[in-house]
Design a protein around this ligand. Structure first.
Ligand code: DMJ
Length: 457
């Protein structure tokens, strides 16, 4: 992304020469997929891109090693999909020995249902449907378990019985990337059934999770908020929102619901302004953190970046600058950036998650790098849920396995890669990132209302 080809080449060589997955180590299938498999595939795609938009990222004598490694890793994850009565995978697998004998039968929706982007890419690059098939089967199994009454899914399910152990339906931890990957699978592979599921899910979210006034930037009533409800009854389960939910405005940008995205984003930003970070859980009734740590998560920056791309409103540069300054002020440590143990006390933990580099820093950098090749590609790239870049191109459109994709007989129904465009509202503002001057996306009474809601005024 920064165009630093020598470092990229060095890192790729290091990975090829030193990384092995032949380890007696138990990993989370979801984390290994989005962090490790995703980065291997992304780097492979960049290396083999005939256009090389980021500079010369080719590797001398490259023989698809990263793709082979991705394949090796995915094969080691496959046991998670065996011996499960529903097809929903086990959450953990040992890379050498398969599912541990005492393997947990309960998994969260996001963990089991957000593997399709990476598994689908791998399948399509290899011409082997196995990986896409298991990932799709998991999505469909989860989807079939949604409530007849509300259409909502819970957050924890038993993979053998299909019984919902966690009945909470929300946009945050345990659910977030499930929705994200329905849409992103569609963007990447163009399969209609993914879009249909996403549209249904989005409608149910609007009907049951969204509270507050109807038009977010207009009229009376509370600002909109997406709450956690019981999946079967739609009744409120608690009064907190979590930091992971801040990804949702970014997803709304991708589908073009920009106005709602602007309003929701502003709510999370108001919380950020109060603490200089986002608490893991914030109780909107008590106006206080329920869970006070901040592990350098990217979701607010990610939404800020996508909103800036969609609106070009300098307000989002101001937000990015504010986030950057708080990160510098509160999280910078001697050898990196540290998790905040407590957003009020600003105490630190000796921990820097990999998503800080692959997402938080990347989105911040890209927010300010107007001329980055990514922004000149005509939306030819997409970010995985871990911020890895994959190209939206024909290579991923031509699946050879219609048998696992019902209702796709008519391939003309597929959307062509360059037909998908993020909404682009270019405003005429000049670009001084000053908050007061550029509150343009929101009415000022709205801002006052949410500032009050988070106890800022
Ligand atoms: C990232 O690992 C991914 O974005 C994931 O989908 C959920 N959120 C974390 C970072 O907060």
């Amino acid at each position: 992304v920064m165009g630093n080809s020598s470092e990229f080449q060095k890192a790729v060589k290091l990975v090829i020469d030193t990384v092995s997955f032949d380890k007696d180590s138990t990993v989370q299938v979801f984390e290994a997929t989005i962090r490790v498999l995703g980065s291997l595939l992304s780097a492979h795609i960049i290396i083999t891109d005939s256009k090389q938009p980021f500079g010369d990222m080719t590797i001398k004598d490259y023989d698809n090693e990263l793709l082979h490694m991705a394949h090796d890793l995915a094969v080691r994850l496959l046991p998670a999909f065996e011996n499960t009565k529903t097809g929903i995978p086990y959450p953990r697998v040992n890379l050498k020995k398969g599912v541990p004998p005492d393997g947990n039968n309960e998994t969260c929706t996001a963990g089991a249902g957000s593997l399709l982007v990476e598994f689908g890419i791998l399948s399509r690059l290899l011409g082997d449907s196995t990986f896409e098939w298991v990932a799709r089967r998991a999505v469909k199994a989860l989807w079939s378990l949604r409530s007849n009454n509300t259409g909502l899914l819970g957050n924890v399910v038993n993979i053998q019985t299909g019984h919902w152990v966690g009945k909470q339906s929300g946009l945050g931890a345990g659910s977030d990337s499930f929705y994200e990957y329905l849409l992103k699978s569609y963007i990447l592979f163009g399969e209609k059934e993914d879009l249909e599921m996403f549209n249904d899910a989005y409608r149910n979210i609007q009907n049951h999770l969204r509270r507050g006034r109807e038009a977010c930037n207009e009229g009376e009533g509370d600002p909109p908020l997406y709450v956690n409800v019981n999946m079967f009854t739609g009744q409120l389960m608690n009064t907190w929102i979590d930091s992971l939910q801040a990804f949702f405005p970014g997803l709304q940008v991708l589908i073009g619901d920009v106005e709602d995205a602007i309003c929701l984003h502003a709510f999370y930003y108001a919380i950020w302004k109060r603490y200089g970070a986002l608490p893991e859980r914030y109780n909107w009734q008590l106006q206080a953190p329920d869970v006070p740590f901040y592990p350098l998560r990217p979701e607010l920056v990610e939404s800020t970046y996508l909103l800036y791309q969609a609106t070009k409103n300098p307000f989002y540069l101001h937000v990015g600058m504010d986030i950057l300054q708080s990160l510098e002020k509160y999280t910078k440590a001697k050898c990196g950036y540290a998790t905040l143990h407590h957003v009020v006390e600003k105490t630190k933990e000796d921990r820097m998650e990999s998503f800080f580099l692959s997402e938080t820093c990347k989105y911040l950098y890209l927010l300010f790098d107007e001329d980055n090749p990514l922004h000149k590609s005509g939306n030819k790239y997409m970010f995985t849920t871990e911020g890895h870049i994959v190209s939206v191109d024909e290579r991923f459109r031509n699946s050879l396995w219609q048998d696992i994709l019902p209702g796709e007989e008519d391939s003309a129904e597929k959307v062509k890669p360059n037909e998908f465009k993020a909404v682009n509202f270019t405003s005429n503002c000049n670009r001084v990132p000053d908050e007061r001057r550029y509150l343009l996306p929101l009415k000022s009474n709205y801002m006052r209302q949410i500032d009050r809601m988070v106890g800022l005024v």
